[in-house]
Design a protein around this ligand. Structure first.
Ligand SMILES: Nc1ncnc2c1ncn2[C@@H]1O[C@H](COP(=O)(O)OP(=O)(O)OP(=O)(O)O)[C@@H](O)[C@H]1O
Ligand SMILES: [Mg+2]
Length: 609
C-alpha cells in the first residue's frame, strides 16, 4: 500500500517531468563522490600528520597516493596544506552544488504542484454535477490545493532527498570500505541500526499524525465556513459560542498533532548526534588498542569526517522517511480524487491557454429549440425516480413554463436541459444536439439563472460579467443586461455605479437585487435560450411584473424556459408543463391547463387569477 501510493504520486507527473526529476536527482546523487574525495583527503591528512609527528615516511596506499598526485617530494607540512586546500574546495563545492540542486528540485516540484492542481480542477469540473457535489467543498478544496502540494513537495520531495542521501551513504560506505573495512562495517552497522530503529519506532506515529491532521484541518475549516455562511441563523439562536467551542476544540487538537509531528524529527536528531560521538570514541579506542596511534588517528579522522557527512544524511533519511509517511497520510484525499477521475497526467497537455479568449456572442447556426424524448432520470444516491418518461418540445422563440409542487422535478428538468446531468434513458436535444455539445459549440447561447445566484467578492460589473476577462468587457452589452434585469435605476443611484463593491455571501446587496444581478449576468452573453429557475421569487410584485414584461419582450427572439411557483408570471407562456412526482401530468396554455387539471385551477384561483 505504501509503495503503491508513492507510485500513484509519481504518476501524477507527466512522463517527461518524471524523467526530468530523475535526472536532477541522479545529478545530485553523483555529488556524493565529491564528498567521498573530500573525506578521503581528510583521512590522508590525518595519517600524514601522525607520520610527520613520528617522523615516519608514508607507506602503502598513502605513499601510492602522494606519489600519484606528485606531492610526495614536498615536506609533510606542504603536503598537508595542499591536501587541506583541495579537500576544502571539494567539500565547499559539493555543499554549494547541493544547495543549487536542492533548490532546483524544490522549485521544480512546486511548479508541478501548481500544474497538477490546475489539471485536477479542470478534470473535476468536467464531471457531472452529481459527482462534483458528492464531496464537501472543504474536502475538495483541500484535495485540490494543500493535498497536491503535500504530494509534490512533500511526498516526492522527501523521496528525492531520501534517494540522494541513500546514494551518499552508499558511496561513503563504499569508500570507507576500501580504506578500512573494519571501520566501514562498524559505521554501517551503527548508523543503519540506529536509522532503522528510529524509523520503526516513529513511522507509524507519523502516518497516524498525518491522517489526523488532514481530518482536523478539514473539519475545522468546515466549521468556520458554516459559521460564516450561517451567521444569521446561528447568531439569532445564540449558538455562536457553541461554534466557538467546536472550532476551539478542533484547533487545539490540530495544534497538538502539529506539535507532535514537528517533535518527531528531534528524537532522531539527538539520538544520532550522540551516536556519532560515542561511535567515534569507541572506534578510535578499539583501533588504538589493536593497532597503533597512526591508524587510530587516521581511522578517527576518517570516521569523524565521514560521520560529519553520514550523520546528517542518516538524520535526513530518517526524517525524510517519517515526513514521507505523514505526507502520504495527508495526500490520501488528492490521490483518491485523482484515482476516481482516472486522472492521467499525460493526457491534458495544453493547460495554460495564454491567448485571451474574445467571445463574439453571436450564434448564427444555433437553433434555440428543445426536445425531450422519453427521458428518465434518477439521482445516483436515490432509488426514487426523479423524472419519468418525460417528452415535450419547445420551438424556437417560445416561452415555456414548468410548474408543479415542491420536489416535483422542475429543477431536475432544468439541469437535464443544461447538460448538468444526463438522462438514464431517453434523449434530450438542444439545437439538434445534446445539451453539452450545444454548450461547447455555442458557448454563451444558453444562459441560466438560479434562484440564489452566486455573488462574488468584487464590483457589480465583475459580478455581471462573471467568467469573462475584465479587459474584454462590452459596456454596451452590460447596459442591455441592466435594462432587461431592471437594475438601471439602482446602479444610477449608487455613488460608484457599476464599480460598487459587493461581497461573497451577498453583502451589500438585497435578495431581490441578487436575483436581478443573476438575470443581468445571464443576459450579458446575449443568449438565445434562457432558463430561469425560480429566478424572480424574491422580487416584489411590481419588480417581478416589470421583469416579466421585459422578459416577455424577448419572446420570439429568445426561447425562455421559466420555472416558477407564482403563476402570475407564467400566465403569458405559450406552453405550461405541469409536473407532479417526476411525471408530466399536463401540458398546454394557462387556460387549457385550468380546464384540464383541477389542482392547477385551484392554485390559480388561490392566487387570485
Ligand atoms: N442531488 C440530489 N440527489 C438526490 N435526490 C435529489 C437531488 N436533487 C433533487 N433530488 C430529489 O429529486 C426530486 C426532484 O427535485 P427537484 O429539485 O427537481 O424539485 P423541484 O421541483 O425543483 O422542487 P422545488 O420547487 O422545491 O425547487 C426531489 O424528490 C428531490 O428530493
Ligand atoms: Mg427547484
Amino acid at each position: 500500500m505504501f509503495p503503491f501510493k508513492i507510485r500513484q504520486s509519481l504518476l501524477l507527473l507527466e512522463k517527461r517531468d518524471r524523467r526530468r526529476l530523475v535526472v536532477i536527482v541522479l545529478a545530485q546523487a553523483f555529488l556524493s563522490f565529491l564528498d567521498l574525495i573530500g573525506i578521503a583527503l581528510i583521512g590522508a591528512i590525518g595519517a600524514l600528520t601522525i607520520n610527520g609527528v613520528q617522523s615516519k615516511s608514508s607507506t602503502g596506499l598513502l605513499a601510492e597516493f602522494t606519489n600519484f598526485v606528485g606531492i610526495a617530494n614536498l615536506t609533510y607540512q606542504g603536503q598537508v596544506v595542499i591536501l587541506g586546500l583541495v579537500s576544502s574546495v571539494v567539500l565547499i563545492g559539493k555543499t554549494l552544488l547541493s544547495i543549487y540542486f536542492t533548490r532546483r528540485i524544490l522549485r521544480f516540484l512546486s511548479n508541478k504542484g501548481a500544474l497538477i492542481s490546475t489539471k485536477l480542477v479542470k478534470s473535476l469540473f468536467s464531471q457531472p454535477i452529481t459527482y462534483v457535489q458528492k464531496q464537501s467543498s472543504q474536502e475538495t478544496l483541500f484535495a485540490l490545493t494543500q493535498g497536491v502540494m503535500n504530494i509534490t513537495l512533500g511526498v516526492l520531495g522527501s523521496l528525492a532527498t531520501l534517494f540522494t542521501d541513500f546514494a551518499l551513504l552508499l558511496v561513503l560506505c563504499l569508500g570507507l570500505f576500501i580504506v578500512d573495512p573494519l571501520v566501514a562495517l562498524s559505521t554501517i552497522a551503527l548508523f543503519s541500526g540506529i536509522g532503522l530503529l528510529l524509523y520503526r519506532v516513529l513511522h507509524q506515529r507519523a502516518l497516524e499524525l498525518g491522517i489526523l491532521q488532514t481530518e482536523l484541518h478539514i473539519s475545522s475549516n468546515q466549521k468556520i465556513f458554516e459559521l460564516v455562511k450561517g451567521y444569521r441563523e446561528i447568531l439569532v439562536k445564540d449558538r455562536v459560542n457553541f461554534y466557538g467551542n467546536e472550532i476551539s476544540k478542533l484547533r487545539f487538537s490540530l495544534s497538538e498533532t502539529l506539535a507532535d509531528s514537528s517533535f518527531l524529527p528531534y528524537i532522531g536528531k539527538y539520538v544520532i548526534e550522540t551516536s556519532v560521538l560515542i561511535g567515534g570514541l569507541t572506534i578510535g579506542a578499539v583501533q588504538f588498542a589493536i593497532s597503533d596511534a597512526v591508524s587510530a588517528v587516521s581511522t578517527l579522522s576518517i570516521f569523524l569526517a565521514a560521520g560529519m557527512r553520514i550523520a546528517p544524511a542518516v538524520l535526513r533519511m530518517q526524517q525524510g522517511a517519517i515526513s514521507l509517511k505523514s505526507y502520504i497520510g495527508t495526500a490520501d484525499r488528492t490521490l483518491e480524487l485523482a484515482e476516481q477521475l482516472q486522472f492521467t497526467s499525460d493526457e491534458t497537455a495544453a493547460v495554460r491557454n495564454l491567448s485571451e479568449d474574445s467571445p463574439k456572442f453571436e450564434y448564427p447556426d444555433f437553433k434555440s429549440n428543445i426536445k425531450f424524448q422519453d427521458v428518465n432520470f434518477s439521482y445516483p444516491n436515490s432509488n426514487r425516480i426523479a423524472i419519468a418518461d418525460l417528452s415535450f418540445e419547445v420551438k424556437e422563440g417560445e416561452f415555456i413554463a414548468i410548474v408543479g409542487d415542491s420536489g416535483a422535478g422542475k429543477s431536475t428538468i432544468a439541469d437535464l436541459m443544461l447538460g448538468i446531468i444526463s438522462p438514464d434513458s431517453g434523449e434530450i436535444k438542444v439545437s439538434g444536439v445534446s445539451p453539452d455539445a450545444a454548450i461547447k459549440s455555442w458557448p454563451g447561447a444558453i444562459a441560466y439563472v438560479p434562484q440564489d445566484p452566486l455573488v462574488i467578492e468584487g464590483s457589480l460589473r465583475e459580478n455581471i460579467t462573471l467568467g469573462y476577462g475584465q479587459n474584454s468587457i462590452s459596456v454596451e452589452r452590460v447596459e442591455r443586461a441592466l435594462k432587461v434585469s431592471k437594475l438601471e435605476t439602482l446602479i444610477e443611484s449608487l455613488d460608484n455605479g457599476l464599480d460598487t463593491l459587493v461581497g461573497e455571501s451577498g453583502w451589500g446587496i438585497s435578495g431581490g437585487q441578487k436575483q436581478r444581478l443573476g438575470i443581468a449576468r445571464a443576459m450579458y452573453s446575449n443568449p438565445k435560450l434562457l432558463v430561469l429557475d425560480e429566478a424572480t421569487s424574491a422580487l416584489d410584485a411590481t419588480t417581478e411584473s416589470d421583469i416579466s414584461a421585459s422578459i416577455n419582450t424577448l419572446k420570439g427572439r429568445v426561447t425562455i424556459v421559466m420555472i416558477a411557483h407564482r403563476l402570475s408570471i407564467v400566465r403569458d407562456a405559450n406552453k405550461i408543463v405541469y409536473m407532479e412526482n417526476g411525471k408530466m401530468i399536463g401540458v398546454g396554455s394557462f387556460e387549457e391547463l385550468r380546464l384540464r387539471i383541477d389542482k392547477f385551477d385551484k392554485q390559480a384561483r388561490l392566487m387570485g387569477l
